[in-house]
Design a protein around this ligand. Structure first.
Ligand code: TYM
Length: 327
């Protein structure tokens, strides 16, 4: 039997190459070997305010991105989280075995709630990691391919699965995070000490997956670099290291190969080439997105939901029986 992977992305903002390299690029590779389930997590997106029409548009957009990136609906199941109500139901049950301090220490909650004010943060935002744990354990997931920022949430999913199993008997598979060193944490172009982020204040922080060629050239030109002039891949040159990582992941070369390619050349030569590598990746990708109709994508996601629903129902029924619900 193939091992199972599960992952998801929120339809809550423009996706950037960090999301692509940290998550989607790995999914595309892993789908060949693993039984793969990919979700558009709209219930997570509403933990911060969303404009309904924008949320609908973005949900379809994320699915188009999955497909354009090469996720094959014949091999994988792609669906919308809110179409499988078992996620919310299991989330509620897991809430009852989650301790408040376990959620209070979540870095992402602390960051997100600090952005506005903690007083206006929703209970949903606080509880977000429990719903994520439900997403994962509902399908007996073994591996969760994500970026570094999600590792802490997966740790909680492991804790909750273990706690449930201990209390009620063997029920859940204990999931593991899957990350790759070079891609797990793509940093901001304007500040290599912070991760590239959908919610960054400046658009010079990221390359959006829908940026056009001119915008890419402008943003890469403005990207910060380190002191010195050689194109080297070193820990003490975080800006350069980040740019070389992006280059190597998109051009399918090792960082050392990229270093060699630019030996004796200037930062500006490297940046010009990097912009072209990104454009060469984005152009066909954007074309494919443009060719996918909303209807086709919605049909694929309905089909995906049909495939995973029986798994979700079976697992939830098992959980309900074990905790003493009458089913
Ligand atoms: P989200 O929507 O914030 O991000 C989607 C994916 O992109 C990765 N990522 C990055 N990777 C590398 N460098 C970056 N700068 C970068 N920024 C984002 C994220 O780690 C993620 O893999 N909670 C999740 C969604 C979710 C989920 C799940 C994921 C809900 N349920 C179950 C896995 C399994 C989130 O908000 O991701």
């Amino acid at each position: 039997m193939k091992k199972r992977i599960f992952s998801g992305i929120q339809p809550s903002g423009n996706l950037h190459i960090g999301n692509y390299l940290g998550a989607i690029q790995n999914w595309v590779k892993l789908q060949k070997e693993y039984d793969s389930i990919f979700c558009v997590v709209d219930m997570h997106a509403i933990t911060v305010p969303q404009e309904p029409e924008t949320l609908r548009r973005r949900t379809i957009e994320i699915a188009k991105i999955y497909l354009a990136a090469g996720i094959d609906p014949k091999k994988c199941s792609i669906f919308i989280q809110s179409h499988i109500c078992e996620h919310a139901e299991l989330g509620w049950i897991l809430n009852t075995i989650t301790k408040i301090p376990e959620l209070e220490k979540m870095t992402q909650f602390k960051d997100k709630s600090a952005k506005d004010s903690r007083e206006s943060a929703s209970a949903g935002l606080f509880d977000y990691p429990v719903l994520m744990a439900a997403d994962i354990v509902l399908y007996d997931t073994q591996l969760v391919p994500v970026g570094k920022d999600q590792k802490q949430h997966i740790e909680l999913a492991r804790t909750l699965a273990q706690r449930f199993n201990h209390k009620f008997g063997e029920t859940f598979v204990i999931p593991e995070a899957y990350t790759k060193k070079e891609s797990e944490n793509i940093m901001g172009l304007d500040d290599p000490t912070k991760k590239m982020s959908k919610s960054a204040k400046s658009e010079y922080n990221y390359i959006a997956l829908n940026d056009d060629a001119e915008t890419v050239r402008k943003k890469i030109k403005k990207a910060v670099t380190d002191s010195g002039s050689e194109v080297v891949y070193q820990e003490d040159k975080p800006a350069l290291k980040n740019l070389i990582n992006i280059y190597s992941l998109l051009a399918d070369k090792t960082p050392k190969e990229v270093e060699k390619l630019f030996a004796g050349k200037k930062y500006s030569d490297f940046k010009t080439e990097l912009a072209e590598v990104i454009i060469k990746f984005l152009a066909p990708f954007q074309k494919k997105i443009g060719e996918l109709s909303d209807e086709k994508v919605l049909a694929i996601m309905e089909d995906g939901a049909k495939k995973v629903r029986p798994l979700a129902k079976k697992k939830l029924e098992e959980v309900k029986k074990k905790i003493g619900f009458i089913v």
